[in-house]
Design a protein around this ligand. Structure first.
Ligand SMILES: [Zn+2]
Ligand SMILES: [Zn+2]
Ligand SMILES: [Zn+2]
Ligand SMILES: [Zn+2]
Length: 470
């Protein structure tokens, strides 16, 4: 009704009042805001339409447009701008508002809400994005000049109903390496959803060959390095010292008197050598051979030869020297008529004289015979000697001498221990002297008896003794 009256007035004005300036239309804008941008079936959403830019209005008609397949109107209400002069109405898909009175005396200025609709998402609404718009219909200012206002819209998402994803297996979409993480993906068989996650970097590398950066020697460690062809990481390891590799050794042989040596050479480095000493062998002596026999007065000589080196060793065989062979330490008893006999190794021809206790004897005190040298001191001389020990020296013409001792025993001293032992002692002397065979006196009964026994029982010994003197 108002609309038509306003149009008539406008037409009248256009024709009757040539007021061009009154025809200039103001322009503004409508805004729309929603309580949310997503709403599931059954949810409600509050939509508010406002004047966001006001050219000065006396009357205004506008509506909220929505998709009736998605929403139903729960309620509508009038906003604060021109509230006392506003009517609200609705039809399927629209909630309209008529504001103002064409009898107004002044424009309404300012911005503010002009209408509110509470919309509910239908249970049958399928997932989609649904547009709700603020739509300008018409408006005039106080001079009944039409105004224009731009509309606006808001998008509400109706989401797909929630469901338990039915994930498939993870599939590797890019392999992990030692340099970078990989990716694996899985898909829901019930929707388009996919999920991805990282695969950890590999801890194993793709190593190249080892390169020796410092060679090991026999005694010093070396190093080697290798590089991962994927990530470039390098690794260094020690090459242990190889140790010497000795050959079997070369021998410089030992001799009898000099050490030999065995020299080993390192097969890794010929400047490395080590040696072992081979001890000198020592001579391999043969038997001694007498080159010259020693005599009583002259040294002899003997040699032996090393079977290995031929060295000849010579040694002196010392001269025998003059010495008593028989009668040493003999004794003679005072009163005896027997000689005291001795034998010396020198030739009788070379005998010069005898000495007793360092004093040369005159020739009538002893006899000398062949058989080496058989020297007999006569009883007359022995009787002149004191009881006790005396020294007898045989002196040869070459100056050589032989010494022995003998003792003179007192007749009584010898008689008192008239036992077998004394007789035996005397007999021994006599045996050596060979004097026993001529018992000239016969008045020494024990001795005579003993001699008889000796002849009977020990004849063999006597005979041997005789032969030696011959
Ligand atoms: Zn799903
Ligand atoms: Zn790597
Ligand atoms: Zn070596
Ligand atoms: Zn030798």
């Amino acid at each position: 009704m108002k609309k038509w009256s306003r149009i008539i007035v406008a037409v009248l004005l256009a024709f009757c009042v040539m007021n061009v300036s009154a025809m200039a239309a103001g322009s503004g804008s409508l805004g729309i805001a929603s309580s949310g941008t997503e709403a599931k079936p059954g949810d409600t959403i509050t939509v508010t339409m406002s004047v966001t830019s006001n050219p000065g209005i006396a009357t205004l008609a506008a509506h909220i447009s929505y998709d009736p397949e998605v929403f139903t109107l729960e309620s509508k209400s009038i906003g604060g701008l021109l509230a006392e002069n506003t009517a609200a109405y609705d039809s399927a898909g629209n909630v309209g508002f008529d504001l103002g009175d064409d009898t107004a005396l002044a424009n309404v200025e300012g911005t503010g809400a002009i209408g509110v609709a509470v919309l509910k998402v239908k249970e049958t609404a399928s997932p989609r994005t649904s547009i709700i718009s603020a739509v300008f219909e018409e408006g005039y200012d106080v001079d009944i000049t039409p105004i224009t206002m731009s509309g606006s819209s808001v998008s509400i998402t109706i989401p797909a109903p929630a469901h338990e994803h039915s994930w498939g297996d993870w599939t590797v979409t890019s392999d992990a390496t030692c340099a970078a993480e990989g990716v694996e993906t899985r898909n829901c068989s019930g929707c388009e959803e996919t999920e991805t996650r990282a695969i950890s970097k590999l801890t194993t590398h793709t190593w190249g060959d080892w390169t020796v950066t410092a060679a090991a020697s026999c005694t010093a460690d070396g190093t080697k390095t290798r590089t991962c062809s994927v990530c470039g990481e390098t690794e260094t390891e020690t090459i242990p010292a190889a140790g010497h590799k000795w050959d079997d050794g070369k021998v410089t042989a030992a001799t009898c008197t000099t050490d030999g040596v065995k020299t080993y050479t390192c097969q890794n480095d010929a400047t490395h050598t080590r040696t072992e000493t081979i001890a000198a062998l020592g001579h391999d002596w043969g038997e001694w051979t007498t080159i010259k026999e020693a005599t009583i007065t002259e040294d002899g000589e003997k040699t032996r030869t090393c079977a290995r080196c031929g060295e000849i060793q010579t040694e002196v065989i010392p001269a025998e020297g003059y010495k008593f062979l028989e009668g040493m330490d003999a004794s003679w008893t005072k009163g005896s008529s027997e000689d005291l006999g001795f034998r010396v190794n020198g030739e009788a021809a070379g005998f010069d004289h005898a000495e007793v206790d360092g004093t040369a004897l005159t020739k009538e005190n002893y006899t000398v015979a062949e058989g080496s040298t058989i020297l007999k001191l006569k009883p007359e001389f022995l009787e002149s000697l004191t009881v006790g020990s005396h020294t007898l020296t045989a002196v040869y013409t070459d100056g050589g001498k032989a010494n022995t001792t003998f003792s003179i025993k007192d007749k009584e001293t010898a008689a008192q221990p008239a036992t077998g032992s004394t007789q035996s002692s005397t007999g021994n002397n006599n045996t050596k002297d060979e004097v026993k065979k001529s018992p000239q006196t016969g008045d020494d009964t024990p001795i005579a008896l003993w001699i008889g026994a000796l002849i009977l029982c020990g004849g063999t010994a006597v005979l041997v003794g005789k032969r030696k003197y011959e």
